[in-house]
Ligand binder design. Structure first.
Ligand code: GLC
Ligand code: MG
Length: 243
């Protein structure tokens, strides 16, 4: 990946994936270029779920797969985990304490995940006010964590040192060419942290309203087009010479 001058790091659901014809246009566009684009997928899904989606949607295999909202980093082609990252983030991670505390909120529906790299819940639309209460409770008990609410529905409690932004920053510094031209793309709350990094980024046109809260910034492009067409719109905006 260090030899590639351009890099796309994108969320999957409702960003890269959502409209098959824009998706195929985006990759046809990349294939026509003189340069190769390194690819990093940054998803809230766990590894098997992300790999299933990649297969089902026939997505190009990325160089790196960041899963679980930044709580795990896997390298192609055999999806070996970056153990340095997991050791670092798990140093201050106490899932059992979080599970114990979540019992104070019986209406939270725990997501069924194959591991405890993160603890996630699904909320009903009328339960959004619970998020504040959970945040307060975690703070009160001084439990180190990073909490992310997305799509008015998904509540992820992550290791304090993780999150899509911190994981992308780590991956770019460790695996990418230092002067690489980057584009980061997302559509919902769990993308906010990475879209706020100091790299060119795009909010696709179909994004959740929660991203309206992100401040205007020259490195944060708000696309009109939806899904992969929004990524392509931003690519042409930042890197017009590669059109
Ligand atoms: C994806 C994951 C889910 C997570 C959500 C928000 O939908 O499957 O577990 O809570 O993203 O990050
Ligand atoms: Mg998404």
């Amino acid at each position: 990946m260090k030899d590639k001058s351009y890099l796309l790091a994108t969320d999957l659901d409702h960003t890269l994936v959502g409209d098959p014809s824009s998706l195929s246009n985006l990759f046809t566009h990349y294939q026509k270029q003189q340069f190769d684009v390194a690819l990093v997928y940054v998803t809230g899904r766990h590894l098997d779920s992300a790999l299933n989606l990649i297969e089902k949607e026939n997505l190009p295999i990325p160089n790196i797969l960041i899963t679980d909202v930044g709580a795990a980093v896997y390298l192609a082609p055999d999806w070996k985990e970056d153990e340095v990252w997991s050791a670092w983030i798990n140093e201050t991670w106490t899932p059992d304490e979080i599970l114990r505390l979540s019992q104070n909120f019986p209406s939270l529906i725990k997501q069924d995940l194959p591991h405890q790299r993160r603890i996630s819940f699904t909320l009903d639309p009328d339960q959004a006010e619970l998020v504040q209460a959970v945040k307060q409770n975690l703070k009160q008990h001084e439990i180190l964590h990073h909490i992310v609410f997305s799509s008015g529905r998904d509540l992820d409690i992550l290791p304090e040192r993780s999150g899509k932004g911190k994981a992308v920053d780590y991956v770019l510094r460790k695996y990418a060419k230092p002067e690489v031209h980057v584009l980061l793309a997302g559509d919902s709350g769990n993308d906010a942290e990475m879209l706020s990094l100091d790299y060119p980024a795009v909010i696709v046109g179909n994004a959740q309203i929660e991203l309206d809260e992100l401040p205007f910034h020259p490195l944060l492009y708000r696309a009109t087009e939806h899904y992969a067409a929004g990524i392509q719109e931003a690519w042409d905006y930042y890197y017009p010479k590669t059109q």
